[in-house]
Design a protein around this ligand. Structure first.
Ligand SMILES: [Zn+2]
Length: 102
């Protein structure tokens, strides 16, 4: 009943309320974050290392969009890292071939 009253007065939907209950509380500012957030949405503090996303937790549509975006950025970062590594390897091979000429 208390939950229902809080819903009525705060304007927060029951779905959002359940999501917040699954989330983690920021140790720095106490903001309740979505379970999958790696850092606090309000102050950027790291998620507590002992927090685990509840088993069976289904992210909201907005949360899933953020996760997809983070995954895509990770893939771009890996591609940049690999291409830089290849450039360094290429420069090393050119240098080595020049050294071998002498
Ligand atoms: Zn915080």
């Amino acid at each position: 009943m208390a939950l229902l009253c809080w819903d009525l007065y705060s304007g927060i939907s029951s779905e959002l309320l359940l999501r917040l209950q699954d989330g983690w509380s920021c140790p720095q500012c106490t903001f309740i974050n979505e379970p999958t957030r790696p850092g606090c949405e309000a102050c950027c503090a790291d998620r507590p290392s002992d927090y685990e996303v509840p088993v069976g937790y289904l992210p909201s549509e907005a949360e899933q969009t953020r996760l997809d975006r983070e995954r895509a950025l990770e893939q771009v970062a890996v591609r940049i890292y690999v291409s830089q590594k290849n450039v360094h390897l290429f420069i090393f091979q050119i240098t080595l071939s020049k050294i071998n000429r002498f």
